[in-house]
Design a protein. Structure first.
Length: 318
């Protein structure tokens, strides 16, 4: 059993997991992967469909380019993610307070706000990790939640912390994901994701040796590998350098272009302004304002709009 492993760079990765029976895969990440066998590899499992989950999302939405990243014009979503009065309390403290919003298929939608405003708690509820105290959410009309295995099978989740096994390599993480989600022909896609995120030189390094930024990028590669219909990215840019942020934004936009709902939580308003089709400004677990980045920013910036909304709400409460 492994209880904690200190990573290199600026992070410490902690976990408790058994490493018995896990092998290593000796292949190159930049080239086409030849068939290799490991204790995780089994064609009969990888090729078997998972109940409630179809194939990776097929290209469905045309996203014209806006600035550095492709963007989708806003529209009323006919399918996608819908939250209705989603609430989570811990004792007497309400962390998410009646959150209601929609995110259409093919859209990148941002949850923007300061630390502690309820973004991560919302992401955990949508990922089926944490039960809501009240309220509901649906994905393409199917109810979600802790026990909603069909929705969870279509969801890729980049948590704000954790989610990695310190003694597994980057490649072994992808192999495990491919087996759990029955992803066919995953090796070439996995190699491409690692290369896109500049992790191909660390393919066989253990995750416990990764810096914080490298761990964030590996979490993104894992979440993207199955081609999810809903991608939840909770503070995915934390600790990531500018080149990595650009790569993540390109991959998130690509997922939306294939028809996925992409929900990104961040406090980096400048990145959100370039990346997101719709943004929701969150304070104390509630949405203060929502719209396209351009509509909210007006003649200024999204950061300025957020400060104006906060100031107006504070004055109204006096």
């Amino acid at each position: 059993m492994v209880t904690s492993v200190r990573g290199r760079g600026d992070s410490q990765v902690c976990s408790t997991t058994s490493q018995a029976g896990v092998g290593r895969v000796q292949v190159s990440a930049r080239t086409t992967y030849a068939e290799r066998r490991s204790p995780l590899d089994s064609a009969s499992v990888v090729d078997r469909p998972v109940a409630g989950r179809g194939s990776p999302v097929a290209p469905a939405v045309d996203r014209p380019h806006r600035g550095a990243y492709p963007a989708q014009p806003s529209s009323e979503p006919a399918a996608g993610l819908a939250l209705a009065n989603l609430t989570r309390t811990f004792g007497t403290r309400t962390v998410v307070n009646g959150l209601t919003l929609t995110a259409g298929a093919g859209q990148v939608v941002g949850l923007l706000g300061s630390n502690g405003c309820g973004k991560s708690t919302t992401m955990k509820m949508l990922g089926g990790v944490l039960a809501a105290t009240s309220g509901t959410f649906t994905l393409d009309g199917a109810p979600g939640g802790v026990g909603a295995l069909g929705v969870k099978a279509r969801t890729g989740f980049i948590p704000d912390v954790g989610g990695l096994f310190p003694r597994l390599s980057a490649w072994e993480h992808l192999e495990l994901c491919a087996r759990l989600f029955a992803v066919p022909n995953w090796r070439m896609r996995g190699a491409g994701l690692l290369a896109d995120l500049d992790l191909d030189g660390a393919t066989h390094e253990r995750a416990g040796e990764f810096s914080h930024g490298m761990s964030r990028k590996l979490s993104a590669a894992i979440a993207l590998l199955p081609g999810p219909g809903l991608l939840l990215a909770d503070e995915p840019f934390d600790g990531v350098d500018q080149a990595g942020i650009d790569s993540l934004c390109t991959l998130f936009s690509g997922a939306a272009a294939r028809g996925a709902v992409v929900l990104v939580s961040t406090h980096l308003l400048g990145v959100a302004e370039s990346l997101c089709d719709q943004v929701h400004l969150v304070k104390a677990g509630s949405v203060l304002a929502a719209g396209t980045p351009a509509d909210l920013a007006g003649s200024g910036s999204l950061a300025g709009a957020y400060q104006r909304v906060l100031s107006a709400r504070q004055h109204a409460g006096r």
